[in-house]
Design a protein around this ligand. Structure first.
Ligand code: GDP
Length: 200
């Protein structure tokens, strides 16, 4: 499950512009500021690999990275911009839902969830939507190195609360992993998990 090489392949403005290829892929998804770019960069050891635009209103793209010439890691636009207008949010969902529902080579979605804050409704809604559409999901908790005193400041507690809420939505809870792009926690475990899903 080691990353020997990774190359940026393409930015696609629409789901149907994605590379026509039968190699398996994993999509990385999460709320804006969840730590998605940092995690992708840590996984494929590239500086500034993740190109997704962060500013609401700017063109959002689906970015394909080919790893070891055998599978893709796909950087999807972040959701839930605090400053985004309703129409920007709607654009996000129709655009990204189009990708999820039509991408036959999609093996799984890594849904990034910030463990340094309490569970957010938008993340639970997203998990729920993916589950209802039978899209294989792994929860990747980010920023697990970051702990604050007081309520909602401890990653372990936030994760536990998130899992409890999810267990009422899912008959079988999705796999999950704790990560930190600062300490490298979970990087190897996540790569191993993806290699197991690919060979499944
Ligand atoms: P994105 O908007 O989801 O792509 O998020 P970024 O990767 O740009 O990260 C958003 C902010 O969170 C930045 O200030 C990062 O330095 C910080 N961040 C990202 N990952 C971690 C992490 O694992 N631990 C800590 N403590 N901070 C992180």
């Amino acid at each position: 499950s080691r990353v020997k090489e990774a190359e940026f392949v393409k930015s696609s403005a629409r789901a149907r512009d994605c590379p026509k290829d039968d190699r398996p892929e994993f999509a990385v998804l999460g709320r804006s500021n969840v730590g998605k770019s940092s995690l992708i960069n840590a996984l494929i050891r590239r500086k500034e690999a993740a190109l997704t635009s962060k500013k609401p209103g700017k063109t959002q793209t689906i970015n394909h990275f080919l790893v070891n010439k055998s599978w893709y890691l796909v950087d999807l636009p972040g959701y839930g911009f605090a400053a985004a207008s309703q129409s920007a949010q709607t654009d996000w969902s129709s655009f990204t839902k189009g990708y999820f529902l039509n991408r036959d080579t999609l093996v799984g979605v890594l849904l990034l969830v910030d463990a340094s804050i309490p569970p957010q409704k938008i993340d639970l809604d997203c998990a729920n939507w993916l589950g209802r559409n039978n899209i294989g999901l792994t929860f990747v908790f980010t920023k697990c190195d970051k702990s604050k005193k007081g309520k909602g400041g401890r990653p372990e507690e936030n994760i536990k609360e998130f899992q409890e809420t999810i267990s009422s939505l899912y008959p079988e809870p999705p796999p999950w992993i704790m990560t930190s792009s600062v300490t490298g926690l979970g990087r190897d475990g996540l790569l191993l998990h993806m290699s197991q899903l690919r060979n499944y």
